[in-house]
Design a protein around this ligand. Structure first.
Ligand code: 3NM
Ligand code: MG
Length: 510
């Protein structure tokens, strides 16, 4: 019978984690909460003591019909007749352990790269412990922190095997649903998650395990989409745009902006003009209240400070938990080491419904270390249209979200569909904040229309860029200065028309 890997408990005897409690009691309590497999991992005790503890643990796990695996120590497993072992890359080789252990013993292998995973599968491992998912204080000497993107790449590389998979490292109640959701590759997902501190160090290990069981059963709230059919044909998609604009105006969504100080005033005016309700709040703790209005959150790191990232993470967690949309504008993502680190922390720390950026920013988010941005403009373009479309699609597919790669032509993708939008006007490139406002606008539309996020963002971009075209064509607009007030007027004009059900602003324009 294959092992149920869904809630895999790994023990730890560190005082900070065990807090003076008896390991066997903690494990028993976790089993009562629904742990499905236990790995005894002991980096402290002598062999004799380990055998004694393992024997006691085995008596407990047997009561629950749950397999006990021993980390590293094949001898300890043999001494007590455990169901199997878990081997790291620096432990005994698979074939050596296989020879020593009974035929039906379970052997799991740690893998942090595609090569390690493929080798373990070829050797005949029963399951893989894939990690390190997130940096963790429990094990600081881990080899690679691979995140959901790296985990997904490994799962994809072994998709044709029946090998079991668990993710390990830094997994807790607030990220477990996202870990499972975003690690999923097209053909293979995780069978479970391996947990140390979130159960062993919990005040109530049983309650913690119960909560994991409940969370693992359900997708994260942000992944719950409505049943309405998705629009696939470009023409049908465009037909729906005026309807979605009308809907956004009617919903009058709140958009919570954590945005840079250069553009704050302009972006707030844009949001007001289109009929949304902006609030500018960089204070992360405020999000626990603000997210209750069921609007969206925009994170724009244009004027990043030493406190920004922790505020962003708090706010993102609040919106993710409630399933309300979060937009990321990684301004200047590749420009400095601090910004590159911020990108990594934010991508690991929560879920973005939409990532919006120029070519350099999107490439940085994708993980291209070769990009070196100067300032926050995107710099010389190195990708042609097809490559940009592919990058947007691949990132959206990997993150299971929407990506908008902006430029003279914008590329919008949900991982399957890719749409190129050619509307807009060169004056947009001559005024600060016009790019940032697209993030805010997208947030408004995502909040108002949830069943098709691609259509929502498309509607926002088209409303915005058609208004820019209208403004630029006014005879009194002579340059960027006179363009700005005309642009706000034209956004307002479309909003007013849409509220009346008048779609003529859109006919023949996209
Ligand atoms: N192995 P926590 S990470 C035991 O990456 C272990 O292989 C890891 O602990 C790996 O759930 C890890 O407390 C510790 O973050 C995981
Ligand atoms: Mg080891």
């Amino acid at each position: 019978m294959p092992v149920d890997l869904s809630l895999y408990l790994v023990t730890d005897a560190t005082p900070a984690i065990l807090k003076g409690r008896d390991l066997c009691e903690v494990v028993e309590s976790a089993l009562e909460g629904g742990v499905t497999v236990v790995q005894y991992r002991d980096k402290f005790n002598d062999t004799g003591v380990q055998i004694e503890i393992a024997r006691k643990l085995h008596q407990i796990t047997k009561k629950f019909n749950v397999p006990l695996l021993i980390n590293d120590r094949v001898d300890v497993a043999l001494a007590i007749g455990a169901e199997g072992v878990h081997l790291g890359q620096d432990d005994m080789l698979f074939e050596q352990a296989k020879r020593l252990l009974p035929k039906d013993a379970i052997i799991g292998i740690s893998a942090s790269t595609i090569e390690e995973a493929q080798k373990a599968v070829a050797d005949g491992a029963d399951y893989l412990g894939i990690g390190t998912m997130f940096a963790t204080a429990t094990k600081t000497n881990t080899k690679n922190v691979i995140g959901t993107a790296g985990t997904q790449a490994i799962l994809d590389a072994i998709k044709d095997s029946g090998v079991g998979t668990v993710s390990i490292g830094g997994i807790n109640h607030s990220n477990v649903q996202r870990v499972i959701y975003q690690s999923q590759s097209a053909k293979k997902g995780l069978d479970g998650v391996a947990i140390v501190s979130a159960i062993i160090a919990a005040d109530d290990p049983k309650a913690s395990a119960e909560k994991f069981v409940e969370l693992i059963k359900n997708p994260p709230r942000f992944a719950l989409t409505s049943n309405s059919p998705r629009v696939n044909e470009a023409e049908a998609l465009l037909n729906d745009v005026p309807k979605i604009v009308r809907k956004m105006v009617e919903v009058h969504p709140l958009v919570h902006n954590m945005i840079n100080s250069v553009v704050m005033n302009f972006v707030a005016n844009v949001a007001l003009s289109i009929g949304a309700s902006p609030i500018m709040s960089p204070y992360g703790d405020e999000a626990t209240d603000l997210c209750n209005f069921d609007g969206s959150l925009l994170i724009n790191m244009g004027t990043l400070t030493s406190e920004s990232v922790s505020n962003y993470l708090k706010a993102m967690a609040a919106y993710n938990l409630r399933g309300n949309p979060v937009v990321y504008d990684p301004v200047g993502a590749a420009a400095t080491k601090i910004r590159r680190n911020a990108v990594n922390q934010l991508m690991a720390g929560g879920y973005f419904d939409l990532i919006k950026g120029n070519e350099g920013e999107i490439r940085q988010v994708w993980g291209s270390n070769a990009v070196q941005q100067r300032g926050v403009d995107s710099g010389p373009s190195t990708l042609d249209g097809n490559q940009k479309a592919t990058l947007a699609r691949d990132l959206a597919r990997r993150e299971r979200n929407i990506v908008l790669l902006t430029g003279a032509t914008d590329y919008l993708s949900d991982g399957e569909r890719v749409i190129a939008v050619k509307n807009g006007h060169p004056y947009l490139g001559q005024v600060t904040g016009t790019g940032c406002a697209i993030g805010t606008i997208s947030g408004c539309f995502l909040a108002a229309h949830r069943s098709d996020r691609l259509l929502a963002v498309l509607s926002g971009i088209l409303m915005y860029e058609i208004a820019a075209e209208n403004a630029a064509s006014k005879e009194y607009v002579r340059g960027p200065g006179s363009f700005v007030p005309a642009f706000l007027d034209e956004l307002y004009a479309i909003r007013t028309a849409a509220a009346k059900g008048d779609d003529s602003w859109f006919v023949g324009r996209a």
